[in-house]
Design a protein around this ligand. Structure first.
Ligand code: EPU
Length: 429
């Protein structure tokens, strides 16, 4: 297994191109199951999760091709995927595939909508929490599906097709919103999703579905209305920039100091996190080219955050923000409300000298003046990158093992950081 070695202390200066969002690309790829025509997605990041999902979709019968390099493209440009589900040959998503990536459970929406049946393995828990699928089941039942759990599989049937209905989620769920929205595009009549997720990735999926012929209103608000249509067609859609990658690099600059342009980033996708970063002393400016992050080397101010669904502070930036707070000049409180077990980076940050106490859902971080490099490892994607951020600001060498977590969600992290002066390298293991 590869690891990443970071030698801390260097400022970051330069340009980091922001990739397409992983969490938008995955549901967009799944949407290709809704039509027998080709869905072309550009600005798709080159990530392990994307490759894994391609394997899962091919099992259902999706053909795909990847466009080659074009004039003027550099090696960090996103890829263009052409996905065609001319015929769905298998409506089962097996345990071996779904257990590797939770989001693949979302295929249940398009499969039941188009094929009127689906058999999808329950994804199981994961490192950050139990993550049940009860909202998906309630939602599909509200659209007239008949659901049974058999041998670890969710077996969904709707012999005459889905029928539009009212779906009210007990709490905000990104995945359940994606799934019910996709399912409802081909249902008969109108579906109303109440307490829908407002995340930019949901808006991006809705835009793509509309380009495919779906009738959707209200995406980006907490009530989404979908008028079912008999069929969808092919389309071309460019994946929205990754707000979590943007926030991650902004926090890296905030901890090391320096001046970096996050090329292609959009401020409107992460206002809350940027406001918090400003409170810590970082200067953030939106430009035509992206987002400029500057920190002049003065002390980092502490700030408190609570994770919330969009437009609140994202749970996917909680670990990175905690890394930043380990070097703040004072005490900060970080409360996680989305997942019950998303503090696994705390013990690893402590190995670098961070002072963090956990009480239930809240971590209190007492900033220290010096972090010291150490070998660390993490059990999920965002926790892993928080250790890289801390390592960039630590004295000496930090080795982050289990890098495959990072490869799931950060495209060429070490290349992007090296270009800005970081001392970071991958060690093949
Ligand atoms: N929940 C239920 N029942 C359900 C569905 C969700 O109780 O049927 C709970 C979850 O257990 C959790 C909360 O609702 O406590 C919110 O979970 P949500 O469904 O919104 O999460 P998700 O759709 O599984 C996506 C992202 C996550 C991100 C969350 C929250 C993708 C592929 N994943 O997950 O991203 O943390 O939304 O914003 O889009 C990551 O990229 O590292 C990552 C974990």
């Amino acid at each position: 297994m590869d690891s990443i070695k970071v030698t801390g202390g260097a400022e970051l200066n330069g340009i980091i191109p922001i990739s397409g969002a992983k969490n938008a690309a995955l549901p967009l790829m799944i949407a290709s199951l809704l039509t027998d025509e080709t869905l072309t997605l550009s600005n798709v990041p080159r990530l392990r999760d994307v490759a894994q999902l391609m394997q899962i979709l091919s099992n259902h019968g999706v053909d795909y091709s990847v466009n080659g390099k074009r004039t003027g493209q550099d090696d960090l440009a996103g890829q263009t995927l052409n996905l065609t589900a001319r015929e769905i040959v298998d409506t089962t998503a097996p345990y071996e595939l779904v257990s590797k990536m939770r989001a693949s459970f979302w295929v249940v929406g398009p499969l039941i909508a188009r094929m009127h049946e689906a058999r999808v393995s329950l994804p199981g828990g994961c490192a950050i929490g139990t993550r049940p699928v009860d909202f998906f089941i309630q939602g599909l039942e509200a659209l007239g599906a008949d659901i049974e759990i058999e041998g670890g599989y969710v077996v969904v049937k709707a012999p005459g097709g889905l029928i539009g209905g009212r779906v009210e989620f007990p709490r905000v769920s990104v995945g359940a919103t994606h799934t019910i929205m996709m399912a409802a595009t081909l249902a008969k009549g109108e579906t109303e999703i109440v307490n829908a997720a407002r995340e930019p990735e949901v808006v991006d999926l809705a835009r793509c579905l509309k380009a495919m012929g779906a009738k959707i209103e209200g995406e980006g608000t907490s009530t989404i209305r979908i008028q079912g249509v008999p069929r969808l067609h092919g389309a071309h859609h460019a994946v929205v920039p990754d707000r979590i990658e943007t926030g991650t690099y902004a926090m890296a600059v905030a901890i090391t100091g320096g001046d970096v342009l996050l090329q292609g980033a959009r401020t409107d996708l992460l206002e809350s996190a940027l406001d918090t970063l400003r409170q810590t002393g970082a200067e953030i400016t939106a430009t035509d080219e992206g987002l400029k992050v500057y920190r002049n080397g003065n002390g980092i101010q502490p700030a408190d955050v609570t994770t919330e669904p969009f437009p609140g502070f994202p749970t996917d930036l909680q670990a990175q923000f905690m890394a930043l707070m380990t070097k703040a000049g004072g005490k900060s409180r970080i409360t996680e409300t989305i997942f019950e077990n998303r503090f696994m980076h705390v013990q690893e940050l402590a190995r670098l000298g961070a002072q963090i106490a956990i009480d239930g859902r809240t971590a209190t971080v007492e900033g220290v003046s010096t972090l010291r490099g150490a070998p660390v490892m993490a059990t999920d994607l965002r926790a892993s990158v928080s250790l890289v951020i801390a390592g960039l600001a630590a004295e000496g060498e930090t080795t982050v093992s289990r890098v495959y977590h990072l490869d799931r969600g950060f495209e060429r992290l070490e290349d992007k950081l090296t270009r800005c002066g970081a001392q970071i390298q991958r060690i093949s293991g």
